[in-house]
Design a protein around this ligand. Structure first.
Ligand SMILES: [Zn+2]
Length: 362
């Protein structure tokens, strides 16, 4: 079975001028001050909308409406804006890891091998992709108004790919603009970082994030937004994976009791991320602080610090090897079983998995 797109991204402004994500407007306005910069590093916390923003800025840079260049706002109606929105603009090149293109469904017929069920598309931006991009950058502009190359995320450039890009980054041919994105700029080669001007992209304030999530159909977005560290895109992704406020409320105690069933069927990276967040909050709570991802009243008390450290180490080991040859179900069971050492055993009468309780078993 072929892989299907699992993520959707609105490209550029809608014809009525609506932004793809409402919180991008401020950064777009700020970008006007950097209109002369030929290489921009768009950086901010994960889930801020880096791809949406870089495409919006690409659209603004290429927009052919009078005044667009000065205002930094794409019109959303001219031929160029339309070509950007449909991903066929001859002067816009998106350089993304193959794995992300598959996730987005942005693959064409030549890529059929990427979408096979057993395909392992690369998570890196490969040096061949950069070489092709450089060759593209040397061709004349299709519409005669400059060109834009988006590299997203730039952290995915592997060593050879980053080195191959340096010369183009320093002196882009013609009127070309490079837009690099990163949620973790410190991971980029210093030689890449130093050649870019920085444009920070932030997460929206919680009220705006919650309002946007309600528009996306989430009735009670607050708990998911907290789990997502304030990123509405990430909160929406959790919701689409079947995570909701009720499940989130009971998850910490069920994990503490060794019940892995709420995590069944989820991918290892997501489960490990969730358990690391739980471990983080347990640690903060034990130190008398306020938990960040889960509500304090939903966290079991009395975590044993030494056992917690052991569990965290096991989770971090699992996070480092997120493409496991092992059976995902077994690994998740094992990680949850290890959690039972962290918290004191539940008192008699507390339901165990499958609805059985210690009392009814006795
Ligand atoms: Zn336009």
């Amino acid at each position: 079975m072929a892989k299907e797109a699992t993520q959707t991204v609105q490209i550029g402004v809608a014809a009525d001028g609506r932004l793809p994500l409402p919180w991008l407007g401020e950064t777009l306005a700020a970008s006007a001050a950097l209109a002369g910069a030929h290489a921009l590093l768009i950086h901010g916390p994960a889930g801020a909308g880096h791809l949406e923003f870089s495409l919006l800025l690409a659209q603004a840079t290429l927009c052919e409406a009078p005044g667009a260049a000065r205002s930094g706002q794409p019109c959303g109606r001219c031929a160029s804006c339309h070509l950007v929105a449909t991903r066929v603009h001859p002067d816009l090149l998106l350089v993304l890891p193959d794995a992300l293109r598959v996730q987005l469904g942005w693959v064409d017929d030549e890529d059929s091998k990427l979408t096979k069920a057993d395909a392992k598309p690369s998570r890196d931006i490969r040096v061949e992709q950069v070489r092709q991009a450089i060759a593209w950058s040397q061709q004349t502009s299709g519409r005669g108004r400059g060109k834009v190359m988006v590299l997203h995320p730039a952290d995915a450039l592997n060593g050879p790919a980053a080195n191959a890009l340096l010369k183009t980054l320093e002196e882009p041919p013609g009127a070309m603009r490079l837009l690099l994105t990163s949620a973790d700029p410190e991971r980029l080669l210093p030689t890449v970082r130093s050649r870019c001007q920085r444009l920070p992209l932030g997460l929206p304030p919680p009220a705006q994030a919650e309002a946007w999530l309600r528009e996306q159909g989430l009735a009670e977005p607050a708990a998911l937004l907290a789990l997502a560290g304030g990123s509405p895109l990430e909160a929406l992704a959790w919701a689409r994976e079947g995570m909701g406020p009720a499940l989130l409320a009971e998850l910490p105690r069920r994990v503490a009791a060794g019940d892995a069933s709420p995590l069944a069927g989820r991918g290892i990276p997501r489960v490990v991320e969730l358990l690391l967040k739980l471990a983080h909050d347990a640690q903060v709570l034990a130190a008398g602080g306020a938990p960040r991802f889960f509500a304090a009243q939903h966290l079991p008390a009395g975590a044993d610090p030494a056992a917690l450290r052991v569990w965290q180490q096991a989770l971090l080991r699992a996070a480092r090897h997120d493409e496991h040859p092992w059976n995902a179900g077994l690994l998740i069971e094992s990680l949850v079983t290890q959690a039972t050492a962290v918290w004191p055993r539940p008192a008699a009468g507390v339901p165990l998995r499958g609805g059985a309780s210690l009392n009814s078993r006795a």
